[in-house]
Design a protein around this ligand. Structure first.
Ligand SMILES: [Zn+2]
Ligand SMILES: [Zn+2]
Length: 388
């Protein structure tokens, strides 16, 4: 099989990978570039984005925009495949914003192979900061290629179990996001974040807030577990609640609050049994999901409950702290007596994890993608394979 990396090889984001055989032509991920200063660029790939349709299928590893962002630009009638639950998360995020969602992918599941002409594609569920993410095993004739998508070993999934599921392969297309960041220090585990926050809250009884991406389901579970272990109620804003309920997460020990407006009032109706207003919140020990757009709501809540001795757990990538809106929000929370603590771990494999996967699948050829340090893989040149 032929492998062509159209984009996203020596950069993080914007991944577009083509696999072709005599009969079939498929693409793995069609992402946008993450650089906000850059204008959106749709590469003019014949048969995919322009010209006459010449593509049998597009497989999306997960819903981060650097992997799916170009889906609206595909030529008509190209089948797109993505995770069943990943699709639900994405759809509820669009529905919440009242954005039309004309995307009807064919839904894939862990271990269930799909035949596209002479290629067999098997999705392998993996852990990442996007829920329901997949590695993709591509088989043609006797040749095997594994595309890792984005993955990590420090979430709640058992990485050794994943290693049992993946066979030895000829080609490994592997992400290396962390290799250029802070010398790829070992990632702390999602469960450790939980422990850190619980220990903190056992000593500090003030209100607790958490800033995170609602689409990072693993982090939402962390918040929920923190609440349970510290006898607090997890207060979800409607957006977070819409996403978590779409994938069947229980609402045990959670309540849903609205931050204002008629639209939110309508959306809150479906949570009639677990909705909560500011007055009741002020009398309840809680950990609350917040976003920088909630400043006005928090000002009103602060009239009913003091934020002194409170904490804001910051559960997103540190880089976002530089955004003016985030900065302003954090300063606002601090001015109300809230201490800010970073509560974050990477969604991407550290170098130990990458080594572990490579040793396990024994690739003949390694093709690094989604990295700014492809050079790192050159240590495998002579030993186990060669690097492209
Ligand atoms: Zn990515
Ligand atoms: Zn990702």
């Amino acid at each position: 099989m032929k492998i062509k990396i159209h984009r996203g090889q020596n950069q993080i984001g914007g991944s577009i990978i083509e696999i072709s055989t005599e009969k079939a032509r498929i693409f793995l991920d069609i992402g946008i570039e993450l650089d906000e200063d850059k204008e959106l660029e749709v590469p003019q790939i014949e048969g995919l984005f322009c010209g006459k349709k010449d593509c049998d299928a597009v497989f999306i590893s997960h819903y981060h925009s650097d992997h799916i962002g170009l889906v609206d630009y595909l030529l008509p009638h190209i089948p797109v495949y993505m995770g069943n639950k990943a699709y639900k998360v994405m759809k509820s995020a669009y529905d919440y914003r009242d954005i039309e969602f004309n995307f009807n992918p064919i839904l894939i599941e862990d271990g269930v192979s799909i035949q596209v002409k002479d290629i067999t594609i098997t999705p392998i569920l993996c852990d990442h900061s996007a829920f329901d993410s997949y590695m993709l095993l591509i088989e043609y004739d006797n040749e095997k290629t594994l595309y890792t998508g984005d993955f990590r070993a420090n979430g709640r999934m058992d990485f050794d179990k994943l290693l049992e599921k993946v066979p030895c392969v000829d080609n490994l297309i592997i992400e290396g996001t962390t290799l250029s960041r802070e010398n790829s220090i070992e990632n702390i585990k999602e469960e450790t974040l939980e422990k850190i926050a619980v220990e903190y809250l056992n000593k500090h009884k003030g209100p607790a807030f958490i800033m995170m991406s609602a689409m990072n389901i693993d982090r939402v579970i962390t918040a929920k577990n923190i609440a349970k272990r510290t006898n607090r109620v997890f207060m979800q804003d409607i957006y977070t609640a819409d996403i978590t309920t779409s994938i069947g997460m229980t609402t045990e020990n959670t309540r849903v609050f609205m931050t204002g407006g008629d639209k939110q009032y309508e959306k809150l109706k479906k949570y009639s049994d677990i909705k909560i207003g500011k007055n009741e919140i002020s009398k309840t020990p809680f950990i609350m999901s917040v976003r920088s757009s909630m400043k006005n709501y928090l000002l009103k809540l602060n009239e009913l409950v003091s934020f002194e001795n409170g904490v804001l757990f910051y559960g997103m990538w540190k880089g976002y702290l530089e955004k003016p809106q985030t900065k302003e929000f954090i300063e606002f929370m601090e001015s109300k007596g809230v201490k800010v603590h970073i509560l974050h771990t990477s969604g991407h494999a550290d170098s130990n994890t990458i080594d572990k996967l490579i040793k396990d699948v024994k690739p003949k050829r390694i093709i690094p993608v989604h990295t700014e340090n492809a050079e790192w893989f050159s240590k495998y040149k002579e030993k186990d394979g060669f690097v492209e």
